[in-house]
Design a protein around this ligand. Structure first.
Ligand SMILES: C[S@@+](CC[C@H](N)C(=O)[O-])C[C@H]1O[C@@H](n2cnc3c(N)ncnc32)[C@H](O)[C@@H]1O
Length: 315
């Protein structure tokens, strides 16, 4: 087994479960991750060709995009897999260490139970709020058109069901599961021994006297922005070469890292994609360990990190 020093600030290409199993016990201060949600091809194999094909380009959804097909089995598959991942994360985290996991409202419950069943305490659910997103609901016109009925009956059915669509409202938030590995002794004893286990309430946003469990990154409305807007992500932050389909805002990740760890801490992301957690860790004076199964994404993450280093030197 490799020593702790050999994992620090490394991006590793491979299957998260396999790589995690090679890591030492209790050396990570926090886990911050956005796993595949098991919708269609976005599973733990993450087939890049199929992922790209499924990304909807049109504004009006005429056909159900493959990933939106409702299948309750996806949640159950996700649970079984995420339980095993969470068991490994539990082992590599220090006592008291926090585990932040982005989710989708549709599988959040499975995620929370998997993480809890692995031994974590579920502490909170943060919400990342936004206004812009593509509505995914689908009307009935195309189904009616395909029915073997006369045009007049089709017309009257369309009129009758005008406005009625599949039950998918515009999704405007992402839940972030906040879990904690049980601490040793008291909070203070754990903090003194492991430097982790509490939240730093000096990490404030705007007028809020305490960090809140609602976060926004784009200005939404003056009153909300005053309390919940983390510093806006810059326009260039993802990099024009970054083709990853689900890049997280750096400022949001920075906020969670600052809230839950001290400088010098190690933040692990087992599904690091284009490297956002690594960038956020370095920008806040922490270390990272990143894993992704896709070599293209690892290369994008490396490039973003190189760019960050160049920008820091240029300052
Ligand atoms: C939602 S994306 C993460 C995006 C990332 N937060 C960012 O800002 O770029 C999930 C990532 O998990 C990766 N992935 C899927 N299955 C995996 C596995 N078994 N092991 C490691 N990584 C995996 C995918 O390649 C994908 O990049």
């Amino acid at each position: 087994m490799k020593e702790v020093a050999e994992w620090i600030d490394q991006l590793i290409c491979g299957d998260a479960l396999e790589i995690l199993r090679k890591m030492p016990n209790a050396f990570v201060d926090a886990v911050l991750t956005d796993p595949p949600y098991f919708f269609d091809k976005l599973d733990n194999q993450w087939d890049i060709d199929k992922v790209e094909k499924r990304l909807p380009s049109q504004k009006v959804v005429k056909h159900l995009p493959p990933g939106m097909k409702f299948d309750p089995e996806q949640g159950r598959q996700f649970y079984r897999w995420y339980l095993r991942v969470s068991q490994e994360l539990y082992r590599v985290l220090k006592p008291g260490g926090f585990f932040f996991s982005f989710a989708s409202p549709r599988i959040y419950h499975r995620m929370a139970v998997a993480v809890e069943d692995a031994g974590f305490w579920v502490r909170d659910c943060f919400i990342w709020l936004y206004v812009q997103n593509q509505p995914k609901a689908m009307g009935l016109e195309h189904f009616i058109d395909r029915m073997p009925i006369n045009p007049e009956t089709k017309r009257s059915l369309k009129e009758r069901f005008n406005g009625w669509k599949t039950p998918q409202v515009k999704s405007c938030f992402e839940p972030i599961l906040v879990a904690q590995k049980p601490y040793e002794g008291t909070f203070l004893e754990n903090m003194l021994k492991h430097n982790v286990g509490l939240f730093n309430m000096n990490v404030r946003i705007g007028l809020n006297k305490y960090p809140a469990n609602v976060l926004i990154v784009e200005g939404i409305e003056a009153e909300l922005d005053k309390y919940f807007l983390v510093p806006k992500p810059s326009i260039h932050e993802r990099g024009d070469f970054n083709t990853h389909p689900s890049v997280k805002p750096i400022s949001l990740c920075e906020h969670l890292i600052r809230l839950s760890t001290v400088e010098g801490a190690i933040v692990l992301d087992p599904f690091i994609g284009s490297g956002t957690t690594a960038i956020a860790a370095k920008r806040t004076g922490r270390h990272f360990v990143g894993i992704d199964i896709n070599p293209d994404y690892i290369e994008i993450a490396r490039r973003r990190l190189r760019q960050l280093r160049q920008n820091l030197f240029a300052q």
